[in-house]
Design a binder for this molecule. Sequence first.
Ligand code: ARG
Length: 457
Amino acid sequence: MQLWKGRFQKALSKTTNDFNSSISFDSRMYREDIEGSIAHSKMLGECGIITKEDAEKIGEGLRAILADIESGRLAIDPEAEDIHTFIEGELTARLGDTGKRLHTARSRNDQVAVDIKLYLKKQCDEVSKLVEKLLQVICVRAEEHAETIMPGYTHLQRAQPITFGHHLLAYGEMFARDLQRLSDCKKRMDVMPLGSGALAGTTYPIDRTITASLLDFGGITENSLDGVSDRDYCIELAGALSIIMVHLSRFSEEIIMWCSWEFKFVELDDAFSTGSSIMPQKKNPDIAELVRGKSGRVFGDLMGLLTVMKGIPLAYNKDMQEDKEAVFDAIDTVKMCLTAFTPMLDTMKVIPQNMRKAAAGGFINATDCADYLVKKGLPFRDAYKATGELVALCIEKGLTLETLPLEEYKKICDIFDEGVYEAIGLEKCAYERRSQGGPCPDNVRKNAERLKASLNK
Ligand code: ARG
């Protein structure tokens, strides 16, 4: 059924109808559509645009439709043009002329905009909850490994010793920012477009403050053209979701590396790994790989939205119907990834002795060796040069800074004494990095506490 058939002599062809229809993906907004219509009809009644009785009947009719959809008594018609058409059509089938009054002073253009905003506001909360769960697990695991030594890397080359807890909390900071981004996004979304009409508002004496308060919006859009043609909130949310995927993907990449025999820093629980159909020895980190791979979909959704919006003139254009699949897919994908990733991290077995072993190779205490000389009065550049020569000497002799005899140290720089061995001990190197934001165990514990406290606000 089309709502606009008066002007037309022919029905749409089946293929055109299928092409034009959005019901297969916008039916998920049936609740929001009904909620928006109930508020709109109530406002129409209160403003005397329709009678109070009609408003009452429309409200009841819409609530009955909602109950029937939820209970499965009413199936959503896949042939309908969109969810708005379907619900209005059903209301009219049930109430006759009264149902036909619902769309007074409204257009599908402001209707769809308000539906999407209502839906996305809820989704911001749902995604946030999943991110919060992940952040909670990150904090717990970080506290557990506040003292676990691991090599920190730059260029994927062993660089300086850190704690595993500190490494995990780097992701904690990222996801904490993601939570802020989702909440900012929701704030900007919280402005009601209903009442913008098709594009130019309406001559009816509507009161938008009534609908805004019924629908729990914090504000009301101030330009009707913008009200119906703005999709910044879809783009912004897809952007925030894309950044979440960047973080999940980087984390996944590290977990995948850590699972390899080359690292073996961690082992995933059997429940989160898969085997190979041919290689009996294999235990593959498929979940982490899939999360990494699915980031591509979400970035694609963001690019799709940007591209749909960039060239369309004001105000509404049908191109904008493409907004929904993209933003819904981004939401679904991120929720799925978070749901899979969090328990995988929670159950991941950490192998501290392998981290320790890796930290002991690769001269990651060379900076501390140089710092030791600096503390004894040598300028940093000279200390750096002397330590570089020591590293070269160790490589030549197949030794490490820990195993190089003191007389060799003294040959390169006579300031060295026995104290150097304590200064370059890995625990000392990591635990003494107490500068604000550094990897020492106290900082890890303090920051995990802070991040957890931020979750309870
Ligand atoms: N299904 C449409 C969409 O999602 C609803 C708005 C239709 N408006 C119109 N003028 N054709 O964008």
